[in-house]
Design a protein around this ligand. Sequence first.
Ligand SMILES: [Zn+2]
Length: 66
Amino acid sequence: MAKYIYECPVCNNLITLKVDLWSCPFQRTLIGQCDKCNNKVEIYEDDYKEWVKEKEVKQDYPEGDE
Ligand SMILES: [Zn+2]
C-alpha cells in the first residue's frame, strides 16, 4: 500500500495521509491530521502528486510509466 508523506502547511511537520475511503474513486481525497498543531489536511490525490514532484519527497509511492 502506498504511503503518502506530506508536509503540514502550517508548521512543516511531516505527516502521513491516508485515502479517504468515502471520496470519489476517480478523484480520491487524501486526509490526515498534523500531530503537532492539529491542523487537518485534505488534498486531492492529483494535487498531492504534483506536490510530490515539486518537493521531490522520498517515499514509496509507485511511479507511473509516463
Ligand atoms: Zn502542523
